[in-house]
Each structure stands twice: as structure tokens, then as C-alpha cells.
Design a protein around this ligand. Structure first.
Ligand code: PLP
Length: 377
């Protein structure tokens, strides 16, 4: 059994994907080929924003957004404590101070009350300038944007939506990657919409920001002249082959894969409802793209033993995430290391992610649930 069955997906989409790759190879337009533009137009339309700019990976996407806003030394960037390292790494790489904020125990996402407290503390200290909130759509579920956007307005902060895991999710029909002043996603193979290597994208409605990012992701070029460099940028492009692979994968994602992961989540919820595990909560009006299906083990359960007994039954499981951001060694001795994040600390000891992908069958989900219930007894 696979944790995320990319081989099965390839079996289903093989003819289309192979044809796409073959087209790129025969045309030899490996960089910035027509498939890149085609994909960008499709993704912008799906998300409901004016501009989609693809780039080399989801980490670069975050960095490019922060560069566009000129975020750097002396700036405070608020980031959930429970997330993948990039969300805090990119602001730190730009010289800013990530300020880690605790999350909601039931949704795993940024807790708006804690966010407001953290902003007030930074203002009180008077050392850093609050500039950006990075809200992460963790495990596929959009963050609480209703409240987060109000807080950003109140304190005049920019909102950066880290939708690396969130592509395809929505709140009352408004799509993930459309909430931030800038939003980003990742096409890392295991993400909800993955390519066959690294890839990422940036979404925005702002024409000037879009033009600036198109420039800095190709060495600070001026317009379409890449040998006239008017600012310091980087080299961050999506390969044509990856764009070509994503075109049929995106079609399958929008046509049925997103529905099918939601079916799988329902099967898990049903099979585990009396298990004593805390199950992931999706609030009214929210749709998750289920990058992960993550349960919380009961207090005192031995997670290593549970994983080992699942593994014995051929069932893979993962721990996302084992360490709060503020405890990562990279932040030791900095302002970022001081954070009061009790919920994240608890989640890190209890969470367990189960196999999740659109090609799961109800039978497999039932078997995983049965073995998990046995393992926690
Ligand atoms: C995967 C991920 C990223 C980084 O994406 P890459 O494409 O791997 O660079 C950033 N943020 C979150 C929340 C992620 O899960």
C-alpha cells in the first residue's frame, strides 16, 4: 500500500501524460514553452485570480512574494507554529523575523485570537515592524480567512497565503490561493496537485506585483528582454515538461480527484467515528483538498508503537509535524524561538497522518481504520 499512490495515478493518466512529455521533447522548447502559459491561464481561471506565475518550487514562490513586498531586516512576519519549514524559512531567508503563532486544535490552522495577541506583543516590544501574515492552508484546508483578513486590515498587514497544501480547497465557493494579497502553491509530487519533480506558482490580482514577480523570477529582466536586467532577481521557472505533465493532471484533479479525496475522507470519518481518535474537523462552508488525513491519538498512546503495528500490516503512516517551528534548531537564540504555542506542542506529540489520495477504495480505508483501532487498544 502507498501513502500517496502516484503510480496508480500514472497508470490511469499514462497515455495523456506520455503524449504531453513527448510533445515537449520533440518540440525541444524545454524552458518557457507554450505549455507553461497554457497551464498558468488554466490555473488562474480555476482559482479565480487575474495572474498565475509559475516558478521552480513552492519555497521560491514564498520568497518571490516576500521579495515583491521588500520584506527584510526589522520586519515581523507572523507564521503558524504548526507547518512545513518553508513557511518560516522564507521570511528568515529574507532577513525578517518569523513570529510563530499557535494554531487551532481542531483545524490545525492559524488561531486568529493568538494571531492578534502575537501582533500586539510585537507592537508592544517596539523592536520589529509587523508587515505580513503568512496563513497556511494546512493539510488541504483553507485557513480561517474571514477573521484573518479582518485582522490584516485592522493592523495594516499584508496577507500571504501559503497554499502549498491547499490547492483545490475553498470557503463558500471561493477557491484557495485567492485569499492572500499574494498566494502561493507547490507542485511537489505529493501535494494535492503535483508534477514529476519540483514546481510552484504564485497567484495575485495585482498587476504591478505580477509584473515585478515575472521580472525577478527571471534574473530581474526588463519586460521580455532577459539580457536587460534592471533589478537583482533569481532563476525560478517551471520547466516546460513539468507544465506539460500538470495539464492532464490538473484536468483529472478538477474533474474527479478532488471529489474522490473528499469521498475517502468521508469513509475515514465514518469508519473511525467511535474510535476515540480526534478526527480532522472541516468547518461549515469549507472544502478541503485533503493533502493529508490527520488524526490525533488519545493522550498517552504510544505513537511509535501504533506506527510500527500499522507497518507490520503493510500500512504506511507519517508524522506531520513532529517539531514546532519555534523549536527548530535554525531559530535557536533568535526572537523566533520565543513563542507560546501549547497547542502546537501537543499536536506534535499526537498527530498521525494516514494514507490519502484519490485512488483509495472504501475497502482499503476500512482496513486501515480497523488496523488503526486495533493498534491503539
Ligand atoms: C511543501 C510546502 C512548501 C514548499 O514547497 P516546495 O515546492 O517543496 O518548495 C511550503 N509550504 C508548505 C506548507 C508546504 O507544505
Amino acid at each position: 500500500m502507498q501513502f500517496r499512490d502516484l503510480q496508480k495515478q500514472y497508470d490511469v493518466l499514462k497515455d495523456q501524460i506520455d503524449a504531453q512529455i513527448n510533445d515537449v521533447v520533440t518540440s525541444a522548447k524545454f524552458i518557457s514553452g507554450p505549455q507553461v502559459k497554457e497551464l498558468e491561464a488554466q490555473l488562474a481561471e480555476y482559482v479565480g485570480v487575474k495572474h498565475c506565475i509559475t516558478c521552480a518550487n513552492g519555497t521560491d514562490a514564498l520568497t518571490l512574494a516576500l521579495m515583491a513586498w521588500d520584506i527584510g531586516e526589522g520586519d515581523a512576519v507572523f507564521v503558524p507554529d504548526f507547518t512545513f519549514f518553508s513557511s518560516g524559512e522564507c521570511p528568515a531567508y529574507e532577513g525578517a523575523s518569523p513570529i510563530f503563532v499557535d494554531v487551532d486544535e481542531r483545524t490545525f490552522n492559524l488561531d486568529p485570537d493568538k494571531l492578534e495577541e502575537a501582533i500586539a506583543r510585537v507592537v508592544d516590544e517596539g523592536v520589529l515592524t509587523p508587515r505580513v501574515v503568512v496563513a497556511v492552508d494546512l493539510f488541504g484546508q483553507p485557513a480561517d480567512y474571514g477573521r484573518i483578513m479582518d485582522i490584516c486590515k485592522k493592523y495594516d498587514l499584508l496577507l500571504l497565503e501559503d497554499g502549498a497544501q491547499g490547492f483545490g480547497g475553498s470557503i463558500n465557493g471561493k477557491m484557495a490561493c485567492s485569499f492572500g494579497d499574494i498566494a502561493t502553491t507547490s507542485f511537489f509530487p505529493a501535494k494535492p496537485l503535483g508534477c514529476y519533480g519540483d514546481g510552484g506558482a504564485i497567484f495575485t490580482n495585482d498587476d504591478d506585483i505580477a509584473a515585478f514577480i515575472r521580472s525577478i523570477c527571471v534574473h530581474g529582466k526588463s519586460g521580455n528582454d532577459k539580457y536587460n536586467n534592471i533589478r537583482i532577481g533569481m532563476n525560478s521557472r517551471l520547466d516546460t515538461i513539468q507544465a506539460a505533465v500538470l495539464i492532464p493532471k490538473f484536468k483529472a484533479f478538477a474533474d474527479y480527484e478532488l471529489d474522490d479525496v473528499n469521498k475517502a475522507a468521508k469513509w475515514y470519518n465514518e469508519a473511525l467515528k467511535d474510535s476515540g481518535l480526534l478526527l480532522p474537523v472541516v468547518p461549515e462552508g469549507f472544502i478541503s483538498s485533503w493533502a493529508q488525513y490527520t488524526v490525533q491519538l488519545p493522550e498517552g498512546a504510544d505513537r511509535n508503537a501504533v506506527q510500527a503495528s500499522l507497518k507490520e500490516q503493510g500500512i504506511p503512516s507519517m508524522v506531520y509535524y513532529a517539531k514546532p517551528m519555534h523549536q527548530q534548531g535554525a531559530f535557536e537564540g533568535t526572537r523566533s524561538a520565543s513563542a507560546d504555542c501549547k497547542v502546537t506542542e501537543k499536536l506534535c506529540t499526537r498527530v498521525l497522518s494516514l494514507p490519502m489520495h484519490p485512488y483509495l477504495t472504501e475497502e482499503t480505508v476500512d482496513r486501515i481504520a480497523e488496523e488503526l483501532i486495533k493498534a491503539i487498544k
